[in-house]
Design a protein around this ligand. Structure first.
Ligand code: G6P
Length: 368
């Protein structure tokens, strides 16, 4: 009903705008306001220090959160991480032993492939942690440790606030394992900044939505889109493309910008727009992304840039652009996914799609 949507025309839009609150709720009680220490578990877990390998396993949007998580986990814990689709993991005899950590990510906690993967990991003696949004769900019940995202109920089939809170939880977990391993919190400044994240994200949402509307109106009739990103924004390119496919039924491909020359560049022409994610905070790959954009422009492909405030290079290259405030590197996935969620939403509405209940899709896939 209209009341349930809190004045928004669709659950998806409501849930997109709930993200600052969802993040706030997920942070609640997990960071000390005096020492900026992260605490995720009630008691200290001895085996956490002994882990030599992490398998992050999930499906759909949760898998994209896992791809982001690899950057956090490897950077802060120095433990090698593999991220895998649950439907692949469960059938390939992964090398599991008791010093492996299986990290399952699932909004619903009921996805059949993720659950089967978790059972396999347990059988082989791996340790199990899951990141879930639904209290007491199957995956939560079967995990030794559950880290709950506090996104609240997600009604729209297309996942939004569950994704950003999963990304946040992966960052918290990486920083927590860092502290446990070293016996010292090496990143108090970053953790302090996390406390301001909900407020800056709220401002960004309010500011960028009108701009997203203009961009969407101009481009929604395109038949295909290419989404490009690198480094920590590569998974966000995948997620942006997935959102557009799911709800606007527009063919879209997410690609690592540096890999474009090995294929997708053959498709570039005037009617094939590219959404390019270019954040100055990614340093060297920012420059590299610009030269990838240059290659597209040379072939007369239209460019839509999502980029750091004040980056003149991107403005010069792109037909349209949307500016993102400067934020710490670790916050980039959250800030860059938001305009992509909004673009998918707006284009779906303009194309007359049933946003909250897209055809052929289910909120959770409980059978194989
Ligand atoms: C379905 C949903 C997606 C979701 C995926 C994984 O395909 O439509 O939005 O990302 O399942 O779901 P989970 O609940 O395991 O995160």
């Amino acid at each position: 009903s209209q009341a349930e949507k809190g004045g928004f025309p669709h659950f998806m839009l409501k849930e997109i705008f709930e993200q600052p609150q969802a993040i706030q709720n997920t942070l609640l009680g997990r960071i000390s306001l005096e020492t900026f220490e992260i605490d995720l578990l009630q008691k200290e877990i001895d085996w956490l220090k002994e882990i030599v390998k992490i398998y992050v396993v999930a499906c759909g949007t949760s898998y994209h959160a896992g791809l982001v998580g690899k950057f956090f986990l490897e950077r802060f814990t120095q433990i090698p991480v593999e991220v895998e689709l649950a439907s692949e993991f469960r059938y390939r005899e992964p090398l599991l032993h008791e010093r492996c950590l299986f990290l399952g990510i699932s909004q619903s906690g009921e996805t059949a492939d993720t659950l089967a993967s978790l059972r396999l990991a347990k059988e082989k003696g791996a340790k199990v942690i899951s990141i879930c949004n639904v209290l007491g769900s199957s995956i939560a019940r079967e995990s030794e440790i559950v880290l709950y995202t506090q996104a609240g109920p997600e009604i729209s089939v297309a996942s939004t606030k569950a994704f950003t809170t999963q990304v946040l939880m992966l960052l918290l977990l990486a920083l927590y394992i860092q502290k446990i391993k070293k016996g010292l919190n090496q990143y108090p400044e970053l953790i302090e900044k996390l406390l301001h994240l909900p407020v800056i994200l709220q401002e960004f949402l309010d500011k960028s939505y009108p701009r997203v509307k203009e961009i969407s109106k101009k481009w929604y009739q395109a038949k295909d889109f290419l989404y490009l990103g690198r480094n920590i924004l590569y998974p966000i390119a995948l997620e942006g493309a997935l959102k557009l496919k799911e709800i606007a039924y527009i063919h879209a491909e997410g690609y690592a910008a540096g890999e474009m020359k090995h294929g997708p560049i053959a498709l570039i022409e005037e009617s094939f727009p590219t959404i390019i994610l270019a954040a100055k905070e990614t340093g060297l790959v920012y420059e590299k992304t610009l030269s990838n954009a240059e290659e597209i422009k040379t072939r007369r492909g239209p460019l839509i840039g999502i980029t750091t405030q004040g980056s003149e290079e991107v403005k010069r290259l792109c037909e349209d652009y949307l500016e993102v405030p400067q934020v710490p590197y670790e916050f980039l996935p959250i800030f860059y996914v938001v305009p992509l969620q909004l673009i998918a939403y707006e284009m779906a509405v303009l194309r007359g799609c049933d946003v909250d209940r897209p055809r052929n899709l289910a909120k959770s896939v409980t059978v194989e």
